[in-house]
Design a protein around this ligand. Structure first.
Ligand code: PGA
Length: 247
């Protein structure tokens, strides 16, 4: 089970970042639990260099450019040189600032060019009775899966994050039944790009108000490979409760 902790901009001191890292290292000793922490950029240099633990370190974004005259940009080679292993791409909070599928696919290319695993966020803003949200999701997945090499299709991690469920409470998150349906749908869409039954081997995780109280039910019978937790990942006790609930 993969747990990605998206700290967003919640963690704003080196002390807090180090404390959460220590907690994650303890939790990562449980068998079958893989943890990836996604701190804000200033803390990547604090956590990633020399990290020999089982905890992966993710950037929350990266640049479409590979270097040069690009003030303020953080490139995949800079991240790679620090020891960053993953990157969250296409998060809805970045898409809300104008990031298109074309930009996300550029960033996916940049990530793979430096052996950084992309955690690709997809998800609809709202649900409608006509199923337009399914077409929306298919378009987001197509934009990326259509540019991946055969090998990359099995390395990328897909995070299904319906926007309507982000930043709420466990009660307002997706239900296990709906998540099961969405997992089947996502694997079916991905299946168009992967021969045979290979799409079952692609890691698909869920994000959107995952908390200690709903995470167990969401793991059962949904076929989910893990979770991307936001607000529940930035308090040591709550994050510990979340990981313990699924181990
Ligand atoms: P949340 O955030 O757990 O606070 O809903 C998840 C996310 O946006 O990645």
């Amino acid at each position: 089970m993969l747990i990605v902790a998206n700290w967003k901009a919640y963690v704003d001191s080196a002390e807090k970042a180090k404390k959460l890292f220590a907690t994650a290292k303890r939790l990562a000793t449980y068998p079958d639990i893989d943890i990836v922490l996604a701190p804000s950029a200033p803390y990547l240099g604090l956590l990633a260099p020399g990290n020999r633990s089982k905890v992966g370190i993710a950037a929350q974004d990266l640049s479409t450019v590979s270097g040069g005259a690009a003030t303020g940009e953080i490139t995949s080679s800079m991240l790679r040189s620090l020891g960053v292993t993953h990157v969250i791409l296409g998060h809805s909070e970045r898409r809300a600032l104008g990031e298109t599928d074309a930009i996300v696919s550029e960033k996916v290319r940049q990530a793979f060019s430096n052996k950084i695993i992309p955690i690709l966020c997809v998800g609809e803003r709202e649900r409608d009775a006509d199923g337009k949200y399914l077409t929306f999701l298919r378009t987001q997945l197509h934009a990326i899966f259509s540019i991946l090499s055969a090998k990359e299709k099995f390395q990328i991690i897909v995070a299904y994050e319906p926007i309507w469920a982000i930043g709420k409470t466990a009660e307002e998150a997706i239900t296990p039944n709906d998540l099961t349906e969405m997992m089947l749908y996502i694997r079916k869409v991905i299946g168009a790009y992967i021969p045979g039954t290979g799409s079952s081997k692609v890691s698909v995780i869920y994000g959107g108000s995952v908390e200690p109280s709903n995470v167990k039910a969401l793991t059962e019978e949904t076929g989910i490979d893990g979770f991307l937790a936001g607000h529940a990942s930035v308090d040591s006790d709550i994050f510990t409760g979340l990981v313990k609930a699924v181990r």
